[in-house]
Design a protein around this ligand. Structure first.
Ligand SMILES: *[C@@H]1O[C@H](CO)[C@@H](O)[C@H](O)[C@H]1NC(C)=O
Ligand SMILES: *[C@@H]1O[C@H](CO)[C@@H](O)[C@H](O)[C@H]1NC(C)=O
Ligand SMILES: *[C@@H]1O[C@H](CO)[C@@H](O)[C@H](O)[C@H]1NC(C)=O
Length: 350
């Protein structure tokens, strides 16, 4: 009986080995950024497994399913799981967001513009649910206190400063009560460092007694000190020509602007001859008092002896001096009287 059972068992065993050519599959292959729904060590032919993308990843290609084939290998699922994207971050008012990517797990950095301070975190990460965490920070303007008011002056602001605070970029205008004059910047600004720009000063400006000028005079001037921007008019004596501005002004520096000069007229220093003056050719005796004005041009005639022709040489009156060209030869009284047709001014021009 016992022997018979043993035999039977042996038969069973030999039968089992003969009838199981069936292959099994081992662990399914790993897929990047994905996991198996039901993981075991051994699978039988025909069994299916399913992959799912890890949180933060989504299917980009392939199939979730893989089958254990009769050959004991897994079918290719070709599954690809790609990171999900967060929304494009921002904008961050008065700041900048720096990022290389907005995919799951990427980091973005925040900075605030000059004059703004970051409240919150400097960086944020893209979460698996597509949100940024921690949330975006806020860039708050630097605050300044109230600006000072210059002595003898005032401050004008265009907007109300609530709670006695001002913000980066706020501006005010200053002015001084006359006769005080503003020195420095008329505009004040709340700066990025939390300080106002330097306040201007209101000062009194006086210019000394107006100066006298040679060969000229002041019109209606009072000999006293003058204040900022007061002006004095000047004129020249007869025969003198005003060179420069006719009016001077008391400047911020406490001195007068540039003075004019009275320039003398010139005497055309020849006895005999013909000149070109004021667009006309005239004999010297026809020029009243032989005078020309400062800065006027006068042409004298010279002779080219080789070619026997005449040519004009121009000269200019400057403050009483009129230089006669060297080539000019004054004719003798006889020549002038009886042979005037032969003068360089009368013969053919070169
Ligand atoms: C964010 O800041 C970190 C640390 O300063 C730096 O390593 C990283 O490159 C920055 N990222 C970007 C996108 O600018
Ligand atoms: C602003 O400052 C002025 C003078 O220092 C003070 O009288 C006023 O109460 C302040 N206002 C507020 C809202 O703080
Ligand atoms: C702001 O002004 C104060 C007083 O003039 C000065 O002591 C301080 O250094 C200034 N702050 C900065 C950041 O320049």
């Amino acid at each position: 009986m016992l022997r018979g059972l043993a035999l039977l068992l042996l038969c069973e065993a030999s039968l089992f080995t003969a009838v199981t050519p069936v292959k099994v599959c081992g662990r399914p292959p790993e897929v990047e950024n994905a996991q198996l729904e039901d993981e075991r060590r051994v699978y039988e032919a025909g069994e299916e497994v399913f992959y799912t993308c890890l949180p933060g990843y989504a299917i980009a290609a392939g199939s979730r399913k893989s089958i254990c084939t009769l050959q004991g290998t897994w079918s290719q699922s070709k599954l690809k799981c790609k990171p999900k994207s967060c929304s494009v971050p921002g904008p961050l008012a008065n700041g900048r967001i720096r990022f290389a990517s907005i995919h799951f797990k990427s980091t973005i950095n925040f900075t605030c513009d000059e004059g703004y301070v970051l409240h919150g975190e400097e960086r944020s990460h893209c979460q698996h649910d597509g949100t940024w965490s921690p949330p975006l920070p806020v860039c708050q303007a630097v605050t300044c206190g109230l600006p000072g008011i210059p002595q003898y002056g005032r401050m004008i602001h265009t907007k109300m400063f609530s709670d006695n605070t001002t913000q980066f970029g706020d501006t005010v205008r200053y002015d001084c009560s006359p006769p005080y004059v503003l020195f420095g910047s008329e505009i004040g600004t709340c700066q990025a460092n939390g300080n106002w720009t330097e306040m201007p000063e209101c000062r009194v400006v006086t210019c000394p007694y107006p100066p006298k000028i040679q060969n000229g005079f002041m019109q209606f001037a009072v000999m006293r000190e003058h204040g900022y921007q007061e002006s004095i008019k000047y004129g020249c004596n007869p025969e003198y020509f005003l060179d420069g501005p006719s009016e001077i002004r008391c400047e911020k520096t406490g001195s007068w602007s540039v003075l004019p000069v009275c320039r003398a007229s010139c005497i055309v220093g020849i006895q005999r001859g013909r000149i070109f003056y004021n667009a006309k050719k005239i004999w010297i005796e026809d020029l009243p008092q032989k005078k020309v004005q400062h800065s006027d041009h006068v042409a004298f005639y010279c002779k080219n002896k080789e070619k026997n022709c005449g040519y004009p040489v121009v000269t200019q009156c400057f403050d009483g001096t009129l230089k006669i060209p060297e080539c000019f030869e004054e004719p003798s009284a006889m020549t002038y009287k009886f042979q005037s047709k032969k003068l360089p001014s009368e013969i053919q021009m070169c």
